[in-house]
Design a protein around this ligand. Structure first.
Ligand code: IMP
Length: 436
């Protein structure tokens, strides 16, 4: 019994939803520990496609308990909408299988408004946020004016703090942005409507998880976004506002850091990024468009086209080391089926110097020119293959190269969006399970 953490190694959208879904069938708890409704985890089960934003992907498995940890920012309207959508599709959800931390911060309407106003007033360096209020909510958390789930359950405190916050925010909205003021009474009425519906889901989730871990339960921690969007270690300022690497676990769900037994790093067989910011291997030509079309690379939350490019070993080496990844899961290998040649960036050239260092200076990263190594393509469909040894030699060579360069075993390869379109070798806690 163990604690497993699933982390995106790139800029998010690596396919963590599918990997978590596969691992979840052997888990007792599936836990989100950061981010919020900005995430979009897609899971395909037969003909059904589920896109989860706030609720952990484990919810699709009966008997698995899902936890939204204190490090997540919760938009109640979105939370209940997601529950309603899942229930309408036959997924059972109640306070017995979904738990929300009393310490989680609430996303309020003024966060979403602030997100949009701040983004549209940025003349340069637009961040390309998802517009879900994530950044402003974490700003308020750090500024110690945030409202938490525990506050929602304390009516006088909630009303008092909410009115004060709306008054402050309205100064910003009207005087600085020249916009409309929000009506505190309307916001209050809306959130009071959420209170009793929220109550059955709320508990001390840190304690719940600590006790579960002490009792030998299997815990799966589901990262959202990806390491290169981490607020400290990502491509700052083009990042999200939370700790989307394995370092975010303890602060984000209350499980002591030493409890994490293994880290599964999920990476796509090529690179994508949605929103702004440097992406050294991005292909701004027809090749990039081709990857986008073949990989259906459109944001699961915003529908925006993702920027696509070749695999970036410099960036992934940096992430794998940062997360101390134990095993890798490579997704969407089948998207490359048709290519004659594949490229991998093995180094950057930055201001005339060759380097394998992932720079902190965002301008240096913007200027970085990838140094590529080419690989032959396999040019045949691999979606039906279930053993690595049966993959075409060129596909095996590509995986072997990634594995050796990242000094980490690849134990899962996804060759299609369906649950069973997966090669699993060496992940004993899921191989041999019957699947669904
Ligand atoms: P925010 O998280 O909405 O503040 O957006 C900040 C940056 O993170 C933007 O570039 C978003 O496109 C990106 N981002 C946020 N969530 C995701 C995700 O789940 N996948 C990929 N990119 C994301």
């Amino acid at each position: 019994m163990a604690v497993t953490c699933v982390i995106g190694v790139q800029w998010g959208d690596e396919g963590k939803g599918k990997v978590v879904d596969l691992l979840a069938r052997r888990s007792d708890f599936v836990v989100r520990f950061q981010g919020g409704g900005n995430a979009g985890h897609t899971v395909v089960v037969g003909r059904e496609k589920y896109v989860l934003h706030l609720i952990p992907s484990g919810v699709l498995h009966p008997g698995v308990r899902c936890v939204i940890g204190n490090g997540v920012v919760v938009d109640p309207a979105q939370f209940f909408q997601e529950i309603a959508d899942l229930r309408a599709r036959g997924i059972a959800i109640d306070g017995g299988n979904l738990h929300v931390s009393e310490r989680a911060h609430l996303v309020l309407p003024y966060h979403k408004l602030q997100d949009r106003l701040a983004e549209s007033s940025r003349s340069r360096e637009k961040l390309g946020t998802t517009g879900r209020g994530i950044g402003p909510c974490y700003m308020d958390k750090a500024a110690r004016v945030g409202l938490r789930v525990a506050d929602l359950l304390n009516p006088p405190r909630f009303a008092d703090r909410l009115r004060a916050n709306v008054e402050e925010k309205n100064k910003l909205f009207t005087a600085v942005y020249g916009g409309e003021a929000l009506d505190a009474a309307a916001v209050l009425a809306e959130y009071e409507g959420h209170r009793e519906r929220m109550r059955p889901f709320v508990c001390d989730t840190a304690r719940l998880l600590q006790e579960a871990s002490e009792a030998g339960k299997e815990l799966l921690l589901e990262g959202a976004q990806g390491t290169l969007l981490d607020v400290d270690f990502g491509t700052y300022p083009f990042v999200t506002s939370s700790h989307s690497d394995a370092g975010g676990v303890a602060a984000g769900c209350g499980l002591p850091a030493r409890r994490v037994d293994r880290v599964v790093g999920v990476l796509k067989a090529y690179t994508t990024r949605v929103g702004s910011g440097p992406c050294p291997t991005e292909l701004k030509d027809a090749q990039g468009v081709d990857l986008r079309e073949k990989g259906e690379e459109y944001g699961a939350t915003t529908g925006r086209p993702r920027r696509c490019g070749w695999f970036d070993l410099v960036a992934c080496r940096y992430s794998v080391r940062l997360n101390d990844v134990d095993v890798l899961a490579v997704t969407k290998l089948d998207v490359l089926d048709h290519l004659e040649t594949l490229r991998v960036a093995v180094a950057y050239e930055v201001r005339g110097e060759r380097t394998d260092h992932f720079p902190a200076d965002v301008d240096a990263l913007e200027e970085a020119r990838p140094v590529y190594r080419d690989f032959a393509g396999w040019r045949r469909p691999i979606g039906g293959i279930r053993r690595r040894v049966d993959l075409p030699a060129a596909a095996r060579a590509y995986l072997d190269f990634l594995e050796e360069s990242l000094e980490t075993p690849i134990q899962l390869v996804s060759v299609g969006s369906e649950r069973d379109q997966t090669i699993v070798e060496g992940l004993p806690w899921i191989s041999g399970s019957s699947g669904a």
